[in-house]
Write a protein that binds this ligand. Structure first.
Ligand SMILES: O[C@H]1[C@H](O)[C@@H](O)[C@H](O)[C@@H](O)[C@H]1O
Length: 514
């Protein structure tokens, strides 16, 4: 893999035809033919920033395994650990992340992207240790909230940091790498909880080690980030052209003015010369200026879709569902979900800058729809996952091999289709759609939308299954996905190969969709 612009990329960048098409609702500028980036350096940046993704994935998934071994470790006299406590512990991270996502954008604008990554690392490390040493439910919930705030911050800042540093032709795949890290973190979490499970460790040590280990990569990243630069876009706005030029020279491996000056000029085009407006003014600008409002609608809708499609219901609860179906090794089925997700995200990484975001998103939603319909159909045929049967009650019947095979097929189709588009594109979209002066508030709103709906699904899924049955639940997810396809078809423009400042112009007078 190399970051040098491939002949294909060049062809794409030079192609003027799409810009002159009368079918376009707004003129599309011809992307700047960028100089060749210094490959190894960008990879290093991406990998160091990507560790946050690993932490995001690990910390959101490790709790499922940890809860299995919690037992009475956190019980205090007169207060045994209840199911309610467990769901509070499980959803505290999403709650913290909702808050973290809201503040991260504004903080990133004020203090810089790099400083915010540092802050998230401190939270990851402190929160992991806090959880591992917790003696009460209250303390555990607080520890999870601390980690959650960092997860929320990381989910916003890492794609933003990477996309502001990457050359346009490779921005897509570099941002998808951060999502690949998330999926690898989730896979690790399940693997670690299997490896550290009793009898290897006592149940009490098992969950403490599983959660505590989450702190280690944060310390590594903290050290690596000392050597990483701030993004040229943020530097240009806060520290001036000279500082930005220095970083661009590192990214492109040359300080030749013929390479660096046009890049600095193009940064200037996207950043207003007046001082950065205050929060109130930014909020007004994002709602009142049509181009910004369009970016906000697209970014928030895609984040809503990413969570309301129900993917994390499978990621977090597939062990519960499959154990209800009489499957002996429910954590292994959770591994199927996590593994398929990681492998398909790896393919998304290879495809994104060639196939284009829009095409991939539409196909992703089509595949997810088929997968969800298959799962829903099977759930309708299983009586013990229908209304009024408690999820917590013991298995009442098995399912046939045929039913299980179709269910697994539906799950794999759903998960792989999700990972090939909807799993990554909302993060990419929110990082590249907003103009510089509203990027912080815009990405903050989109990230908060993601975590709000994550919380709704995490806290409500099992309850809704008990209420209406898994069949209706998955059918509802399928309807959301179908609605999402219609939205994406009408409102989500292709941004492959465009510079971030060009995307801004694309949304100025319309949705930019052919
Ligand atoms: O992009 C990520 C990724 O798809 C994860 O697998 C999922 O659990 C997260 O909710 C999502 O934001």
């Amino acid at each position: 893999m190399t970051l040098n612009n491939s002949p294909d990329d060049d062809k794409d960048l030079e192609q003027p035809s799409r810009d002159t098409s009368p079918l376009l609702t707004s003129p599309r500028p011809i992307p700047l033919n960028e100089p060749v980036a210094k490959g190894n350096w960008i990879w290093l940046l991406t990998l160091s920033a990507g560790i946050s993704g690993l932490l995001f994935g690990y910390d959101t998934a490790s709790i499922s395994g940890a809860l299995l071994h919690l037992g009475n470790s956190l019980s205090t006299p007169g207060h045994p650990v209840t199911t309610w406590d467990k769901s509070m512990i499980a959803s505290a991270t999403s709650l913290g992340a909702l808050f973290g996502g809201l503040i991260a954008g504004v903080a990133a604008d004020k203090f810089g992207r790099r400083a915010v990554i540092f802050a998230a690392d401190v939270g990851f490390a402190v929160g992991a240790l806090w959880q591992a040493l917790s003696g009460t439910v209250g303390s555990m919930i607080l520890g999870r909230i601390v980690v959650g705030v960092s997860v929320g911050i990381a989910s916003l800042i890492v794609p933003l940091y990477i996309s502001e540093l990457s050359p346009a032709s490779h921005r897509g795949r570099l941002v998808v790498i951060s999502v690949l890290f998330i999926t690898i973190g989730q896979l690790f979490a399940y693997a670690v909880s299997i490896i550290l499970s009793p009898p290897r460790l006592s149940p009490d040590s098992s969950w403490r080690w599983t959660l505590g280990l989450g702190g280690a990569p944060a310390v590594v990243q903290l050290f690596l980030m000392v050597f990483m630069p701030e993004t040229p876009r943020w530097q240009f706005q806060h520290l001036g052209a000279k500082a930005a030029a220095k970083t661009l020279a590192q990214v492109y491996g040359t300080d030749s003015p013929s390479v660096i000056t046009p890049l600095v000029d193009s940064l200037a085009a996207g950043i207003p010369s007046s001082p950065s407006p205050g929060l109130k003014e930014k909020l007004r600008m994002i709602l009142a200026i049509p181009g910004n409002r369009r970016a906000l609608i697209i970014a928030c809708s895609l984040q809503f879709l990413q969570q309301a499609c129900g993917f994390n219901a499978l990621m977090y609860f597939s062990p519960t569902i499959f154990s209800k179906l009489g499957v002996h090794s429910p954590t292994a089925t959770a591994m199927i979900v996590a593994f398929t997700n990681a492998v398909a995200t790896f393919f998304a990484f290879h495809l994104i800058d060639h196939a284009g975001r829009r095409t991939m998103l539409l196909h992703s939603l089509e595949g997810m729809f088929i997968g969800l319909c298959l799962c829903s159909f099977i759930f309708f045929t299983i009586p013990f996952l229908s209304p009024d049967t408690s999820i917590a009650s013991p298995v009442t019947a098995g399912i046939s091999i045929l039913q299980l095979s179709i269910l697994l097929l539906g799950t794999v189709i759903f998960v792989s289709s999700y990972a090939l588009g909807l799993g990554a594109i909302p993060w990419l979209c929110q990082s590249e759609f907003f103009p510089m002066n509203v990027r912080g508030v815009g990405t903050g709103a989109a990230t908060a939308t993601n975590w709000f709906w994550n919380l709704v699904v995490a806290a409500g899924f099992l309850m809704v299954v008990e209420l209406v049955g898994a069949g209706w639940c998955f059918l509802a997810f399928a309807v959301v996905v179908a609605g999402g396809w219609v939205f994406a078809w009408g409102r989500y423009p292709e941004t492959k190969g465009m510079r971030m400042e060009e995307i801004e112009r694309l949304l100025k007078d319309g949705w930019g969709v052919l």
